[in-house]
Write a protein that binds this ligand. Structure first.
Ligand code: ATP
Length: 141
């Protein structure tokens, strides 16, 4: 598998689990969070960790974000920060921007500003569990 450069913005449980899986698969992962403790906690699971506010263009540019193949915006609760971050990334020319949405409206805004893949964590996980239960290969529950 070719090695790609990923950046994960927002190192809560969701962001950290994406970062960790990519990192363990041998990919280059930059983990970014505004909170120092979150960056420290994620440090074992990323290639580089950075404390930065992703709503600030200068901060993103200083991290060389333009060179990344794919950026995952894993900020949920702060709607404004999530939307501003995606807008900046799209304006900077990032081809693949993935973002988590906490509500239908949040998702609609993310879609309108060009997010390439919108993840609804609870909904998507629920569907996945149901699909697994319906799969003929699954053990009977
Ligand atoms: P999870 O459900 O994944 O555990 P959470 O409940 O910790 O997430 P969220 O609001 O989804 O909280 O935020 C995820 C992370 O995003 C937090 O660690 C938070 O510090 C970070 N974050 C929020 N705003 C910014 C920002 N402007 N720049 C960088 N990181 C941010």
């Amino acid at each position: 598998m070719a090695i790609k450069q990923y950046a994960v913005i927002g190192l809560g449980r969701f962001g950290t689990s994406i970062a960790r899986r990519l990192y363990e698969a041998g990919q280059e992962v930059l983990g970014i969070d505004i909170n120092e403790e979150s960056v420290e906690d994620a440090e074992p699971y990323v290639t580089h960790g950075a404390i930065a506010d992703s709503t600030e263009e200068k901060a993103l540019t200083a991290l060389g974000i333009k060179n990344f193949d794919c950026v995952i915006v894993a900020i949920g609760d702060d709607l404004q920060a999530s939307i501003l971050t995606v807008m900046l990334l799209k304006n900077l020319g990032i081809k693949k921007v993935i973002a988590k949405a906490m509500s239908k409206r949040h998702g609609q805004v993310l879609e309108a500003i060009g997010t390439n893949w919108i993840i609804y964590p609870e909904r998507d996980m629920g569907e996945r569990v149901a699909n697994q239960l319906l799969s003929p290969n699954v053990l009977d529950y």
